[in-house]
Write a protein of this length. Structure first.
Length: 279
């Protein structure tokens, strides 16, 4: 009898401990806003760790890229110094969850503003207007834009919006898809594909990795508004972040961040600055 009672108590204690651990793992454990944390001198910001020129965790543990520079500028405007920032990886499929659970204060990670996403989170910005473009080898003169890809092989990632766009709107183009853009680059290098396609700034990031090897061609032929995602209903933080984006553009820091991160090395001019949406 005593043994069974002890076993029951032990099992109950383990269950409680597991429940507590699960709850702790779901979020930060407080309801503070981004501004509340900023007032304490600390922010946790979600970025990509694997996008060259945009959000990348380098081998020495540092972080670099256009999104990283935008995040740092915004944090500074909120009163947080660089050593008060914790960067957290924000894979595309996990972004809303990270925000909703309070695991990040906001996310700067090529995060396109869509009506579906706005049902779960709020957005400041846009801080960049991206558009689908084409990346080719620097010596390629056959492909100069989307009107010249008929009969050519174009590569993108399986299931991506750019891939779907090629399949739907460019039926005379041979679409080749892989799991990663790195494999598309291999196809470009070998000549197996004529061009790689996704958002222009992502392509510029890859071009910047190997200056003089690739080039972006033609005009952008879709529109993607990149925003800074934060908890739904946090209007005060959203307003302050919008203020910071506008200041970054007005002061010239936005243009400098773009050129330093991707533009100069990729030979890609800075596009027009976006108009912040304050609906």
């Amino acid at each position: 009898m005593r043994i069974n009672r002890a076993l029951r108590l032990g099992v109950g204690a383990i269950a409680l401990a597991l429940a507590a651990a699960t709850t702790a793992g779901c979020g930060s454990g407080d309801d503070k806003t981004a501004l509340d944390h900023a007032k304490e001198g600390k922010l946790t910001i979600g970025i990509k760790f694997d996008q060259p020129g945009l959000g990348q965790r380098n081998t020495d543990g540092t972080y670099s890229g256009f999104d990283v520079e935008v995040a740092r500028y915004v944090a500074a405007k909120l009163g947080v110094q660089p050593d008060g920032i914790t960067f957290k990886e924000a894979p595309s499929a996990q972004r809303e969850t990270l925000i909703e659970n309070g695991q990040v204060d906001f996310i700067v990670a090529t995060y396109s503003i869509t009506d579906q996403r706005k049902e779960k989170v709020d957005f400041a910005g846009p801080y960049y207007i991206a558009g689908q473009s084409l990346l080719v080898n620097v010596g390629n003169t056959d492909i100069t834009g989307p009107d010249t890809i008929a009969g050519k092989t174009v590569c993108s990632v399986k299931g991506s919006t750019p891939a779907q766009n090629i399949e739907k709107n460019f039926p005379d183009t041979q679409l080749q898809t892989y799991d990663t853009y790195s494999l598309c680059l291999e196809g470009l290098n070998s000549g197996a594909v004529g061009a790689m396609t996704t958002d222009d700034i992502i392509l510029a990031g890859y071009a910047a990795q190997t200056p003089g090897r690739y080039k972006l061609v033609g005009e952008r032929f879709t529109t993607e508004n990149y925003g800074i995602g934060l908890k739904k209903g946090d209007q005060e933080s959203r307003d302050k972040i919008n203020d910071a984006i506008e200041a970054m553009i007005a002061e010239g820091a936005w243009d400098k961040a773009f050129q330093d991160s991707v533009g100069r090395a990729a030979g890609y001019p800075t596009p027009p600055a976006p108009q912040v949406d304050r609906y």
